[in-house]
Design a binder for this molecule. Sequence first.
Ligand SMILES: [Zn+2]
Length: 297
Amino acid sequence: MTVDGSKILLLDGATGTELERRGVDISLPLWSARALLDAPQVLHDIHRDYLAAGAGMITANTFRTHRRSLAKAGLGDQAGALTRQAVQIARAARDEHKPDALVLGSVAPLEDCYRPDLSPDEPTCRREHAEMIDHLLEAGVDLLLIETMNNVAEARAAVNEAQGRAPGKWIASFCLRSDAEPGILLSGESIRVLVDSLIDAYAVGVNCTAAHATEAHVAALRALLPDHVRIAAYANIGYADETGNWISTDAINPQRYAEYAMQWIDAGATLIGGCCGTTPGTISAISAKIRRAAADT
Ligand SMILES: [Zn+2]
């Protein structure tokens, strides 16, 4: 379901930082998974608010429900149950508030998103992502969202497992460097070497990079991939500096974020949403701007 009068599909915005904004504890190691135990109604409300803001796709809160993350809190054996619960909450919100929307299942890096050096070896990545993907598909997600991938080996492992289980029903999105030429993963490797693995994707994207640094990555992905592969972009309202401190940018203003989003659309993206720090206000600002642009043409 596209935004009226346009070819653009809207994703939702952040879940983890939005839970925090609404007063839910998201401390590590459980991070956003804690809401499944402590605050399922808040999570439902966040999904509802993103749908009301214009999202046609919402992402289940499964970013940190793979076994490896949960094991750090002694809950590894609950990976299947918590993943299922997260998907059920998203599906219930969808069914109640916007039945034609899609529910995406988040497949995140097994270790810290910003630490490609911690990523396990490829056989381990394959095994662990396969389990996560099985849990998501059993729970009934419409699409898999492999996101914030920061290095070639782990991305390839997750993509191969997704393609083997749900051909064409997966999105692969990458965390790319803002201090290098476009299309360079946090690991320093080029996304170019993955192109052959990505041609069956529903979409390929960039996420969790600063909004102001995203347009060049969108253009690079559009140039690298065949036309039938949609390009996705969902950025942060800021970035972590060398010491890990969070620096917010002008993208914290939903109107400004929406202006960046229009640049990504001009550069070839057709799936647009928000990552860390974005809110339902961000998504509704993008939705309004897209409608206005479509009405003007
Ligand atoms: Zn993010």
